[in-house]
Design a protein around this ligand. Structure first.
Ligand code: NAD
Length: 647
């Protein structure tokens, strides 16, 4: 039974027990529908307490039902039935009331909750809007400004805020059911408040809505859902509850059927699967409390910051004192900037740094559970590091490399216990970027793999497993993307048009703008090294720019020119002159054609990656692009996009 009813004298206690998150699937809705009738018809019942079994109230709708037509009883109808029931319903919330769960609670006459409770309407993350009164009842209960923050901008309300603004009538203690029943008995001695839908909306300063509208317009990456939430809230204010409900429902159904929502749902399931890989079920990760990072450059410092943000102790090893000092200052600067931006308190910043020690020499790593190497991208340098780690570290310590391109099998050659070795490919800046490519060698043990996935989870990162190839999944697709962008440029398509087309598709920056930001020299040096090994790699326009000293923003210009302190790209006559020998006569190409070509290139490379078993699934490739390379989530990813195009 997904819903149970118990009687405690005149109070019926209704428990939703639908693991794992008590989602409101059809069976739950149907049973609740019947229970409303049963309680109304039973003269011995005077009030109903609604509670979720386990750790949370209700996690939301059942997303797996979203790809099918809606089946009655519909949630808005069920909530209306609860709201107009002859006996008052009291939502008793422990843990979270999310999405449809919060909407059900809003349909109850009262809400009580325990200390850890949290309330949110995360629908916009899935490209939809609340579809069961969230946009209409919430503003009536907590005011328009808070409702906009919660429903359109993904804010969640903790118990303190929820009690202050009237969402929660009483903060209660465990045992929750006893407390809720006591509350119900007390409530029965007084006249009942009006149902939420019948309450007026407190007057709102139009500026509040205008400001929200401006903020929302800037977050185009979330797709159209946030703006549509705002529209539904506004409509309810102007036209009343019933009209607001009708618009909300129509919008919900429209968005639910959109490609954008399908893409976000797809990513939701892909993320869940990546965080709990099926083949590692039952494999215990090793416990990690002391970690080491070797190399305190761009990546080492970012990785150390990510570890500290997760509360993990770090020992940072550099090759000499000046490099160590540079690394420690860079680390400190990351936390200082977080404090300036209000993300950390002074105490938190101090605690972050207190958990890191800096060292020259490897002895400090002797008792580490995990060591991540992030030294120069050079096989000999890396091998020398692992020779040291092999002799100093515990034999069961996990040893990882952050290499971008070098074959991890070569790095691990000669390492004692190679089964504890793994590639952990972080992305820059490592304390920010969500993606973590996990690159096992054929020898890597399952529990080391499970440890890597567990680490990603602790660092709030998205783990994606990659096989071994040049550039792994992400950089390999990136190279193809850039190569095709450069090919178009050489065919005479203006680079500004290419960048603008990709921004129009939803990227924050176009391919040439990104290169200017990251620096053109990295991939240039990679190509030069291959040329030095005798590989025949023809010059690219980017190579011409680097040779002319144009490495990107850091040198004042690359593909574009930049004024000091300003990241706005300006057309560059100088760059045009440098690359002219490789560029054909100017021609125009529509944005659509540019986008199609570059996405097709990415999908083709992705297909090759799948066929070579470098990625386990198309969804993994899409996760890499979305979490590591700025692919707009509402488009799902290059593989999702390509599959939709051919449908
Ligand atoms: P970096 O040049 O900024 O830093 C390397 C650091 O390693 C330097 O501070 C250097 O002093 C130190 N070092 C060199 N030899 C050492 C040794 N024997 N012992 C201790 N420290 C030593 O380089 P980076 O950009 O941080 O890259 C580091 C690694 O991460 C490379 O393998 C690179 O391919 C990879 N990576 C880089 C990026 C990126 O965007 N920069 C992204 C992912 C992975």
């Amino acid at each position: 039974m997904v819903v149970k009813v118990e009687r405690l004298d005149e109070v019926a206690v209704v428990t939703i027990d639908n693991p794992p998150v008590n989602s409101l699937n059809r069976a739950v809705r149907k049973r609740l529908w019947e229970i409303v009738g049963e309680c109304d018809g039973d003269p011995a019942v005077r009030a109903v307490v609604l509670v979720g079994a386990g750790k949370l109230f209700v996690g939301g709708a059942d997303i797996t039902e979203f790809d099918r037509p809606v089946e009655p009883p519909l949630l808005p109808d069920l909530i209306a039935r609860i709201e107009t029931a002859a006996k008052p319903w009291i939502a008793a919330v422990r843990g979270a009331a999310l999405g449809g769960g919060l909407e059900v609670a809003l349909g109850c006459r009262f809400r009580v909750a325990t200390a850890g409770a949290r309330f949110a309407l995360p629908e916009v993350n899935l490209g939809i809007i609340p579809g069961s009164g969230g946009t209409q009842r919430l503003p009536r209960l907590v005011g328009v400004a808070t409702a906009v923050a919660v429903a359109a901008e993904n804010a969640s309300l903790d118990i303190v805020k929820a009690t202050e603004n009237g969402l929660v009538d009483r903060l209660v203690e465990e045992p929750l059911i006893d407390a809720a029943v006591a509350f119900a008995r007390e409530a029965l001695t007084r006249p009942l408040p009006e149902p939420v839908s019948a309450r007026p909306i407190a007057a709102v300063d139009p500026a509040v809505l205008e400001e929200a509208s401006t903020r929302i317009a800037r977050t185009a990456r979330m797709g159209q859902a946030p703006a549509r939430v705002l529209e539904a809230i506004r409509y309810g204010i102007d036209e009343g509850f019933e009209a607001g409900m009708a618009l909300e429902r129509a919008t919900f159904l429209e968005l639910r059927a959109s490609t954008e929502a399908a893409a976000l749902r797809y990513l939701f399931f892909a993320e869940r699967a990546a965080l709990k890989p099926a083949d590692l079920r039952g494999v215990e990760p090793l416990s990690l409390s002391r970690t080491g990072v070797v190399g305190g450059g761009t990546m080492g410092v970012g990785i150390a910051a990510a570890l500290r943000n997760a509360g993990i102790a770090v020992r940072l090893v550099e090759r000499d004192e000046p490099s160590l000092q540079r690394g420690m200052s860079a680390l400190s600067a990351i936390f200082e900037s977080a404090q300036r931006r209000g993300r950390l308190s002074a105490e938190e910043r101090e605690a972050r740094m207190a958990g890191v020690t800096g060292h020259v020499g490897y002895e400090a790593l002797a008792d580490c559970d995990l060591v991540i190497e992030a030294v120069f991208e050079d096989l000999d340098v890396k091998r020398a590091v692992f020779a040291e780690l092999g002799s100093v570290c515990r034999p069961d310590a996990v040893l990882a490399t952050n290499t971008s391109y070098i074959d991890p099998r070569q790095i691990a050659e000669g390492l004692p216990q190679p089964e504890r070795f793994i590639g952990l490919h972080f992305f820059s800046p490592a304390q920010v970027m969500k993606l973590l490519e996990i690159v096992p060698t054929p020898e890597t043990r399952q529990n080391v793999l499970a440890t890597a996935v567990d680490l990603a989870r602790r660092l709030s990162k998205m783990p994606v497993r990659s096989g071994i190839c040049d550039g792994f999944i992400g950089n390999r697709i990136m190279r193809r993307y850039r190569a095709d962008a450069e090919a178009m440029l050489r065919e005479g398509v203006p680079l500004r048009d290419i960048d603008a087309a990709m921004r129009g598709f939803g990227y924050g920056m176009g391919p040439f703008e990104v290169q200017d930001l990251a620096g053109l020299d990295i991939s240039f040096l990679h190509r030069e090294a291959a040329r030095a090994r005798g590989e025949m790699i023809p010059d690219t326009p980017g190579d011409l720019l680097v040779r002319a000293g144009r490495k990107g923003q850091k040198t004042g210009g690359g593909w574009y020119d930049y004024e000091t302190g300003d990241r706005t790209p300006k057309d560059s006559a100088e760059a045009a002159r440098v690359i002219a020998p490789m560029v054909g006569p100017q021609r125009t190409m529509s944005s659509e054609a540019i986008v199609d070509r570059l996405l097709a290139a990415m999908a083709a490379e992705g297909q090759a990656i799948l066929e070579e078993d470098i990625a386990a699934s198309a969804a993994d490739i899409d996760l890499v692009e979305v979490h590591g390379y700025g692919f707009p989530p509402r488009r799902g990813g290059p593989m999702f996009h390509a599959a939709r195009q051919t449908k």
